[in-house]
Every structure is written in C-alpha cells, then in structure tokens.
Design a protein around this ligand. Structure first.
Ligand code: ZN
Length: 460
C-alpha cells in the first residue's frame, strides 16, 4: 500500500512524540495516560470513524524504588542492578552469595543449603528468539527451587553484554511474585562468580524498596472503520501500547503501536471502504502478562464467533520474514494468496508454528484465527526491555514496509469472499497444541493451569 511508504507519512513524528515526549509507559502511570491520549488523537487524525477506550484492571500496581546492590566483602564494589518487575520489596539486608549455575535442580542440589542466601544465576547472551523464550522458561523452575530452599533472593545475570540492564518479569497475572529477584549487570555478576569460584565468601548488601500498591485501572484504545457489507464481521489489527520504563519502549512496542495508527490512515487515504469492519486496537497491560488482550476477549465473548482474524505486531522493526498462523494449517490455503504480493519484500511465506508471544495468545486460545508476522531479530533483542530501547533504534524504512504489508493484509482479510477459517472448538484448539508444542510454551510461561481450569481460553 503506497500510502504507507510515503515520505510525508506522519509515522516517524508520531513515534517521536510517544517515545521522546511521553517515554516509558507502564499501566497505571501518568505516562500511560498520556500515551492513551496520544493513541486516541492519533486515530482521530488518521481518519477513524470511531475511537473509544475499554477499561480493565490489573491486580496490583508496582514501581521500582531506589534499588541498591553492593558487594561488601571480600572486596567492595557497586553493582549495577534493577529489580525484576512485580517482585516483592526487600528491606536493606546483607547476605552471602551462592552460585547456583544456570539454576537447574542438579545445580541447586550441588550448591547445598541456600537458606537465607542470595542465589546467583548465570545466563547465556541473548541472540535469538529461542534464547529469549529460554530466558522466560528457565525462571519458574529457578524461583521454585529458591523458594523451597528458603533463599533470601535470586540474583539473575543480565543476558546482555556491555553493562546493559533491562526490565524483566517472571509473573503473568499482575500479582506480586513469591521471592525478591534482582537483575545484575553481566560484567558485575561474572566478577562475583569469579570471586566465588576462587574460594571467596562474597557478601552482598541488597535493598529493593519496590512500591506495591492497589489495583490499577487501565484501558485499551480501540478505533474502527465500519464494514460496508458485513459490518458484524470483524478483522483486528493490534499492537500493545504499554511498555517498560527503563528505555522509552520504541522497538517494544511503540513502533508497532504507531504502525497500527498509520495503517488506518493509509487505508483511509487509499479510499478503501472495507466490506467487513476493521478494528485497530492498542492494548495495555501486555508486559504484565498479555492482560489487555485477555480482558478484551473476556469483554467481547459474544463477538468472538464473528472475529474473522487478528493480526498482531510486536517484534520491533526487523524485516517480516513470514506470517505465522498459530498452528492453523486450515487457513494456509486462504492466507497464502493474500501474502503472495509481499514476495517483493521476501515476505510471502506462511508458517504453521504457534507462539505464546504477545496479544495474539488469548485470541488463539479462543479459536479465533490469528496471524503473527515472524520478523527477523535485527536489533530487537539486544535492546529488549532495556535502557537502550529508544527512538534512535527504529528502522523507519523497514517499519513502513511492514506497515504496508499489515495494511494490505487487513484489506484482504476484510474484503475476501470467504473467511480464512472458522473459529475452532476447544478440542480443535487442543489438537493444534500437539503439532506445535504450544502446550510446552504455555507451561513455560505459567499459562497452562489457567487453560486447564477454564480461566483462560475457550470453554468446553
Ligand atoms: Zn512487546
């Protein structure tokens, strides 16, 4: 779609305002409120026929205080560190550090008694999407072993080099975690590990005055272009608007929030009047556990049969390599010709993998067809949730191409004679787990129990 590629596109200026003038956007903060206004104004300026917000709650608010970490013996040095998000506060305490390797059960057993200690956990340097999933998957087991061993806290090693710190979270419910956890700069952590390996008893002073508060009310921002022929059938383009606050949430996910707004503008500017209704959604609460999209599917239960498809972007500005169906082989035949024109950007493949990745998850678990572009890592991972996730990292030439593809695909989905696939039953959704191993990911992210007990996902 040519309108997306135009040099006169307001995409870049919109994202500059969001990242530089508003900054990091944690739900419940004034910055998120400003971002919501930014989203509503952006949609209106883009030509949306209607714009509104939809409220939901997150069980607790959380903000980091002045986290302080110092090694006090056998040598004194300051350690660069941040609390893990939604972790409990910890009063100033000095404790012994014990190296538990990568934090496997065998390594914890080898480390011996960890009661009252700070368990130091190593990490690999983050390079691929798989590495990122591993970073999330490992945590629940480590937390469980540390808690059972009555450790005082867990000190994770940054998966980024060169002193980069980032905000990580190990819960997906918006509730406070079970044990204090801190992320240490890789260089400091490895120095501590070397001291331990050479027989020193390392004492660490740790203070994490995190502020934990009552329930937060936050909102998704929703804009619409009404369908001319099938207004009750809906296609959705979504991206999360919230971000962590150490950086300014440019790659994750301001760029794609701006893309969603600009895709609406491009479609309007092209004079397209979609047959089905198009909805453009900026979700909140994604970083706390995909909570905005979870709230959306709960609030729109009666509409879910009529949601024809959901397209979600959340992988920065790397080139789109292919489009994932979330394990829906039944939609391949309908989707393949829709992405065929993207061969000009080498993005014309359909894949049947499934990921818990982002705001696709709760729609997928409701049996709604979802489409998640598989993007190249580009510079996303080194800056992921980090102090360095800022406007200067954004590849606008590529972002515009990604927007052109998203806008074209929305038009295809809205105007196709047939839907790309039906809403799946619970049994059919479960059948996709067997092929994609999505169930393993759900367990890794702590989402399996809620699927099993019917809290989250399509009911039998
Ligand atoms: Zn994201």
């Amino acid at each position: 779609m040519q309108q997306a590629l135009s040099p006169a596109s307001p995409l870049q200026e919109n994202l500059r305002k969001l990242t530089d003038e508003i900054g990091g956007r944690v739900p419940g903060t004034p910055a998120f409120q400003q971002a919501m206004q930014w989203g509503m104004e952006g949609f209106r300026a883009a030509g949306a026929e209607s714009v509104h917000t939809e409220e939901f709650t997150i069980p607790t608010s959380w903000a980091e205080g002045n986290t302080e970490v110092d090694v006090v013996a056998p040598v004194k040095f300051h350690v660069r560190a941040h609390s893990i998000a939604w972790g409990p506060a910890l009063k100033p305490t000095t404790a012994r550090v014990v190296d538990v390797g990568m934090g496997t059960a065998a390594e914890f057993a080898k480390a011996g008694d960890v009661a009252g200690v700070i368990a130091l956990v190593h990490s690999d340097v983050l390079k691929t999407w798989d590495d990122l999933f591993q970073e999330y998957y490992r945590a629940p087991g480590i937390i469980d072993l540390a808690r059972k061993g009555k450790a005082l806290a867990i000190a994770f090693t940054s998966s980024r080099e060169h002193d980069i710190l980032y905000r990580h979270i190990n819960t997906s419910t918006g509730k406070i975690d079970v044990i204090p956890q801190v992320l240490l700069a890789r260089e400091d952590s490895e120095r501590i590990a070397r001291l331990l390996a050479h027989g020193a008893s390392v004492q660490m002073a740790l203070s994490m005055p995190n502020r934990v508060g009552p329930t937060i009310t936050t909102r998704n921002v929703v804009a619409e272009l009404k369908g001319t022929e099938l207004p009750d059938e809906i296609v959705i383009l979504g991206a999360h608007l919230d971000s962590w606050e150490l950086g300014t949430g440019a790659l994750d996910n301001g760029c794609n929030a701006a893309l969603v707004i600009d895709a609406l503008r491009s479609i309007k500017a092209a004079g397209i009047r979609p047959k089905r209704t198009m909805r453009f959604i900026l979700f909140s609460g994604e970083e706390e556990g995909l909570l905005g999209s979870y709230a959306y599917v709960r609030a729109h239960q009666k509409e879910l049969d009529n949601i024809v498809g959901e397209l979600v972007l959340d992988e920065g500005t790397g080139p789109i390599a292919s489009f994932s169906t979330g394990g829906r082989k039944d939609v391949d035949a309908a989707l393949a010709p829709m992405v065929q024109p993207f061969a000009r950007w080498k993005a014309d493949q359909v894949t049947d993998d499934a990921t818990v990745g982002t705001d696709n998850y709760d729609f997928m678990m409701q049996g709604v067809p979802t489409i998640l572009p598989n993007q190249q890592e580009a510079n996303y991972l080194v800056n992921y949730h980090a102090t360095s996730d800022t406007f200067d990292k954004v590849d606008f030439a590529q972002l515009k191409k990604n927007e052109a593809m998203a806008a074209e695909l929305m038009v295809e989905l809205a105007n196709a004679p047939q839907r790309i696939g039906p809403r799946l039953t619970r049994a059919q959704i479960e059948a996709t787990f067997r092929e994609t191993h999505l169930d393993d990911q759900m367990k890794g992210f702590g989402l399996w129990d809620d699927w099993q007990n019917g809290m989250r996902g399509r009911k039998p």
